[in-house]
Design a protein. Structure first.
Length: 112
């Protein structure tokens, strides 16, 4: 049986895009925001490879900014392509979650 980490692999991208849509944000802040939503054990080390891929795929753009504590921080913002990908993710997620919930409810004998 797949563990939670395996199940979250594709979902995490959409969640990151959704958070970034709210405005420019840096990696550590993204990790904290995910944790505030209940995602556990996602460090910056987990998130940065995803962000790098998103940057290469032109889903996010980056800007280096001065930090009050330490070196410059890389801030991420959604591109037009990223906004489109987020819209597609939301549609796919709604369809998938509706389908899975229907199966689970029917198998438990609940009314759909």
């Amino acid at each position: 049986m797949a563990d939670t980490t395996q199940m979250l692999k594709g979902i995490l991208d959409g969640c990151l895009l959704s958070i970034i849509k709210d405005g420019e944000i840096y990696g550590y802040e993204l990790a904290n925001r995910l944790e505030s939503y209940g995602f556990q054990n996602f460090s910056e080390g987990t998130i940065y490879p995803l962000l790098l891929r998103m940057q290469k795929d032109n889903l996010v753009s980056t800007t280096l900014r001065k930090s009050t504590a330490g070196p410059k921080r890389k801030y991420y913002a959604l591109t037009e392509k990223g906004e489109h990908e987020l819209q597609l993710f939301v549609k796919r997620w709604e369809q998938l979650s509706t389908t899975v919930n229907s199966v689970l409810q029917k198998e438990r004998g609940e009314n759909v």
